[in-house]
Write a protein that binds this ligand. Sequence first.
Ligand code: P6P
Length: 329
Amino acid sequence: NLMENMEKNMQTFQQYLQSQNQIAPELRDTVNSVVSACLKISANVRLGALAGVLGEAGTGNVQGEAQKKLDVIANQILIDELKQNPNVAGLASEEEDDFVACNAQGEYLVLFDPLDGSSNIDVNISIGTIFSILKKDSGSLNTEHFLQKGSQQVAAGYVLYGVQTVLVLTLKNGVNVFTLDDKGVFIQTHTNPQIPEKTAEFAINASNQRHWETPVQQYIGELLAGETGARGKNYNMRWVASMVAEVHRILMRGGVFLYPKDQRDPSKAGKLRLMYEANPLGLVVEQAGGKITNARKNMLEIQPTGLHQRVAVVLGSAEEVERVRELHG
Ligand code: P6P
């Protein structure tokens, strides 16, 4: 049929991974474990209410957020899978207070947001798993091993449970996109997508406008002024409230995404997490020719100070990310 003909000259994720002999087999095996777990998460997500996986879990996480059943299920699937992989020394999850030691002889650390965009789960809007892989330095595992800059990641990516289930992966030699076929196999469908330098589409939660810092107010004001304003063109807006979906849209057609610092809580640098949201998604964005900052400086150069550290995020088409940085002086 059509799909079988299409797939004749396309490679599977496994074929792609095995071809990446510039990276250690232990890292390839670690990536493979993450993807295997995401396939199981996809099977649960796809069934929604039919699998009894919707609704609240009745528990809270380290962020003080109420957990959805699927959050807990996805988190456990990843932990169970990674604990069985001898190459994984430890893991950190948005849903776990502290890191989880796995295998002492392992060389890699995996950090993840098991299911980002939870508020969308029960209303059938796209959600995703975000993952980041770091090399572990010597010594018995401690939090310091995880607190590496985003530029130190050896692999990163996401699985978007959307209209299609899509895996996006970077091994720091570009970005590759794989689409799940009807037999549960990831097939490579895009090679090295590039984020256009310019865009006319922005993503921000405009309901927080009165809480933004002045430079962000000014920047968004320029976009809303359209062709009569400083930027001299009209912009469109999107807000899915699922960061993986926003990043994927930007990877596919450009755009700029902002989650600024909110002046309601000066102690919080932002809402989104550095280690398992901004850094992995940022590596994908940079490998696709885009940029990511905390509004002022390159995200991947930020020295982490905590597993659950929050940051402001500006990412996507380079011209827009640079304009925001310029306005911050
Ligand atoms: P708001 C989802 O909960 C998330 O962490 C990101 O995926 C998303 O971009 C953001 O929060 C949405 O936040 O304040 O618009 O609900």
